[in-house]
Design a protein around this ligand. Structure first.
Ligand SMILES: C[S@@+](CC[C@H](N)C(=O)[O-])C[C@H]1O[C@@H](n2cnc3c(N)ncnc32)[C@H](O)[C@@H]1O
Length: 230
């Protein structure tokens, strides 16, 4: 997969994209991520990218022309332009999996200030994605969340191929089960005996019951109440 990020602060991404799983995925050539500074497409001598909103109101709005030019410099036949926006469809695990398998080239547009001129959305944006029902200062953190959560589903990015499908939101129980590692006892709290007993059927049943109980308790709206017995 290829990802182009359009923002006003490419340096924002340097640390998060260069380390850990995403850093390794790029080194292995599983995903290619490039940065573009929208300011490079500004046409005036001050390199302006924002202006006051028509109709008044607080804050500045990102201008249509530099963004459209930046997008068009990158767009190919197989590109999808994703605008990170609080007004988009809220990202889910199912969407992340679909993006990983269907999208060959994502152009991620990060807004700043009060957002972008609406005409960019009409002319160039294929899909608006929100990372949750709250407002960020800019789209860069949302782009990072999208990249991270989508890349997990690209084969080879996560060591164990089944791992992303055993995590929360890919389970009938909504959540993954609880995890423990050494030591077997810490400040009086012991690892549940069933997990150290070696009986795989019992272990699976225990994890499932714990996951079901937590799913029902914390996210009842996502759990098929009545059909699942915790
Ligand atoms: C301060 S926000 C603009 C909010 C806009 N005035 C509104 O109320 O819908 C600036 C930028 O942050 C990004 N952003 C803010 N919240 C977001 C969210 N929940 N998901 C994705 N992107 C978000 C968008 O790119 C947006 O253009």
């Amino acid at each position: 997969m290829e990802i182009d990020i359009l923002s006003l602060f490419p340096e924002y991404f340097e640390g998060p994209l260069s380390c850990s799983i995403l850093g390794r995925a790029q080194k292995k050539g599983l995903v290619r991520i490039r940065q573009t500074n929208i300011r490079d497409f500004s046409t005036d001598r001050h390199k302006s990218v924002d202006d006051r909103p028509y109709g008044g109101g607080p804050g500045m709005v990102m201008m249509v022309e530099p963004i459209v030019k930046a997008i068009r410099s990158l767009r190919r036949e197989n590109s999808k332009v994703v605008y990170l926006s609080p007004q988009g469809r809220v990202l889910t695990a199912v969407m992340c999996e679909a993006f990983a398998s269907e999208m060959e080239h994502m152009i991620l547009l990060c807004g700043h200030y009060e957002g972008i001129d609406e005409r960019v959305i009409e002319m160039e944006v294929d899909i608006e994605i929100s990372i949750g029902d709250y407002v960020l200062t800019n789209g860069c953190p949302a782009a990072l969340v999208l990249i991270d959560s989508v890349c997990r589903f690209i084969p080879g990015v996560i060591g164990h191929p089944d791992a992303p499908y055993q995590d929360s939101f890919h389970q009938e129980a909504v959540f993954d089960g609880p995890h423990y590692t050494r030591p077997v006892e810490f400040e009086g709290l012991k690892v549940p005996e069933v997990l150290t007993g070696g009986n795989h059927k019992e272990i699976e049943a225990y994890r499932r019951s714990q996951a079901l109980e937590k799913g029902k308790r914390v996210r009842p709206e996502l759990t098929l109440l009545g059909e699942i017995d915790a």
